[in-house]
Design a protein around this ligand. Structure first.
Ligand SMILES: [Mg+2]
Length: 400
């Protein structure tokens, strides 16, 4: 768990972070990230056996073959189903799954993009993802900075949108004026108006040429999304809080949105989000993954989109905070308005040890009397039971 010293109740999801490392018995280390409340996800990973289908993820994957990503995903899903199936359990599965893909790439000597059959040299246009300033002047300054940095598109989110939706129309007008034509502008409400208010807002945004309107309703208001998407001429996007194929199937079938935004470090990792991406194509829905976190998530996102022929943009958070930019040794940059798939094996990222030691915090989760679950586990042959290490002799079992 990494945490900056001054976490505030603002719409910045990279003030703290859970990094997952999966270590194999050959010493290969896979890196993943969970994009949620870190302490809660850590508990999901470290929890001891409680019931046959209520188990900590660590205990499920220990001693297993890390190359069996599908098998492990299904076991993690099935054996956490009492408390899981959605939400934080899937967030935590996502982090382990990303790490397993990193391992698979390192074992095969290929990038994750190559494992997915994608284009490892792909570049995708990046939209600058920023918080909406409170004043028109503030918006102009922010938009100018993004333009100077070469972004072809800018998303303005949260902030005053949650206070006075219609009052923000003039802020979006200021953004459009500063950006001129030819730059895409997106607007991210961040949760919840009602359908009528969202419809009024969408109509007001229409003459401003807004590329999409994001999360104008509660994630559970699927019927509201369907009504809004039906009537709005601005594309409706959502999905950063949704998880699994099942959730996204509901969102597309019942919510009928134009654009879905699965977050790979929440929605189920690379394994599940690849399925969501493929499913979206069959529904004729555009997929632009949510990506507001460290370069671990950005890297995983780039590898996944390397096999998407129709990806219009990737999200790029422009914050310069340590957890946004310094978790890995080589920050991923936007050059000429695009992001490239990181080179190298696996995800192509390495953790920066100085950031790890400076921002790491420890919790007592999973420990009893100080000894803790972690220290007592036998990583070679400690796994028992129906998710255990049947089939011995595999040299690439995972341990953590
Ligand atoms: Mg959003």
């Amino acid at each position: 768990m990494l945490r900056q010293p001054d976490v505030k109740p603002i719409a910045d999801g990279i003030q703290d972070l859970l990094v997952v490392e999966v270590v194999t018995d050959e010493g290969i280390v896979g890196i993943g990230e969970v994009h949620t409340s870190p302490l809660i996800a850590q508990a999901v990973i470290q929890a001891p056996l409680s019931h046959v289908s209520s188990r900590g993820l660590r205990e499920i994957v220990l001693g297993r073959d890390p190359l069996q990503r599908e098998v492990l995903w299904n076991d993690m899903y099935r054996l956490s189903a009492v408390y899981g199936r959605r939400g934080v359990a899937i967030h935590a599965i996502s982090g382990i799954d990303i790490a397993l893909w990193d391992i698979a790439g390192k074992v095969a000597g290929m990038s994750v993009a190559q494992l997915l059959g994608g284009d490892a040299d792909k570049s995708v246009r990046a939209y600058a993802s920023i918080l909406l300033a409170d004043t028109a002047e503030g918006v102009r300054v922010d938009v100018r900075q993004c333009l100077d940095a070469g972004f072809p598109a800018i998303k303005l989110g949260w902030g005053p949108l949650g206070v006075d939706l219609m009052g923000c129309v003039e802020l979006v007008e200021a953004a459009r004026k500063e950006a001129g034509e030819g730059i895409d502008i997106m607007v991210d409400v961040g949760f919840g108006a009602d359908v009528r208010m969202a419809m009024r807002f969408a109509r007001a945004l229409e003459p401003l040429g807004v590329y999409f309107l994001e999360e104008p309703l509660s994630p559970d208001n699927l019927d509201g999304y369907a009504r809004l998407a039906e009537r709005s001429n601005v594309a409706i996007a959502t999905g950063e809080k949704e998880t699994t194929c099942h959730g996204f199937r509901q969102l597309m079938e019942r919510g009928r949105v134009d654009i879905i935004q699965p977050d790979i470090a929440r929605a189920g990792g690379i394994t599940e989000v690849k399925k969501i991406v493929d499913m979206a194509r069959t529904y004729g829905v555009t997929c632009i993954p949510h990506c507001w976190s460290s370069d671990i998530l950005l890297s995983a996102t780039m590898h996944l989109v390397s096999c998407m022929p129709d990806i219009p943009y990737v999200e790029f958070c422009t914050l310069q905070t340590p957890l946004r930019r310094k978790v890995t040794t080589s920050p991923i940059d936007v050059v000429d308005g695009v992001v490239r798939v990181p080179p190298g094996k696996g995800l192509g990222v390495e953790l920066d040890p100085s950031t790890m030691s400076k921002y790491r915090i420890r919790s007592e989760t999973g420990t009893q009397g100080g000894g803790g679950v972690r220290e007592r586990m036998n990583t070679r042959d400690g796994m028992q039971g129906d998710a255990g290490t049947r089939g011995t002799g595999n040299r690439r079992r995972s341990r953590k």
